[in-house]
Design a protein around this ligand. Sequence first.
Ligand SMILES: NC(=O)c1ccc[n+]([C@@H]2O[C@H](COP(=O)([O-])OP(=O)(O)OC[C@H]3O[C@@H](n4cnc5c(N)ncnc54)[C@H](O)[C@@H]3O)[C@@H](O)[C@H]2O)c1
Length: 252
Amino acid sequence: MLLEGKKLLITGVLMDSSIAFHVAKLAQEQGAEVVLTSFGRTMKITSTIAKRLPTTPPVVELDVTDTEHLDTLATRLGEHVDHLDGVLHSIGFAPQGAFNFLEGTFEDVSTAMHASAYSLKSLAVAALPLMTPGSAVVGLTFDAKFAWPVYDWMGVAKAAFESTNRYLARDLGPKGVRCNLVAAGPIRTTAAKSIPGFQTFEDSWDERAPLGWDVNDAVPAAKACAALLSDWFPATTGEIVHVDGGVHAMGI
Ligand SMILES: NC(=O)c1ccc[n+]([C@@H]2O[C@H](COP(=O)([O-])OP(=O)(O)OC[C@H]3O[C@@H](n4cnc5c(N)ncnc54)[C@H](O)[C@@H]3O)[C@@H](O)[C@H]2O)c1
């Protein structure tokens, strides 16, 4: 099995539509032991949804913008796992104001940056005491090379996120930790539905993708995350793997 015996920390399971839910499911099916994170009011929802996985995993509290949560994460995880072979960052948040490029305030932008970009570094550093050489950090982006309709300051946050991945790869490489991202096409999740005008992506993606695209199928993106968490990309770091039906490679 691809992830036999691996111990993985998986953030971002909110509903069973969450990309992270599909990563957790595949990971368990492929032999991994999984610990989930959630925070605040969503702890209860995540714990309920966790019961839909093949094995119900523990849920540890982590608001990735909360310094105390981050500082105590490794100790609290220690109650469930003695080390980590991989960490999935599947977190994104921006206030509604951030989805209006010309009107978005810096407060909106800084909140988006904190939760959606800086958090990759925060999570990796918080988990680092438990990570062993050969382990992996994997995150999810939405291709930040382009200016998209409606994505606005979240697109800028994703550009920062992608850059953060490269700097993390630089600094964690000498410790034997790989850092990679999956650039997924649009998937109908809670986060996506909270973006005003998300429909704009949904309508055109399937037409533009040489392989076609199903906005209700998170499995292709989840499979790529599982592969990057496995031992099958031993010399790959600072990379972005596109799982978008091929849209990134097309002119029109
Ligand atoms: N859905 C898409 O179309 C799509 C495409 C490309 C990339 N992504 C990325 O995939 C990732 C997962 O999103 P999703 O689409 O599965 O949506 P989702 O709503 O299911 O998951 C987002 C998660 O982020 C968590 N979160 C938000 N703020 C947090 C904080 N401060 N601390 C800890 N957790 C926090 C939420 O609780 C939720 O579990 C995000 O990074 C998103 O940008 C999504």
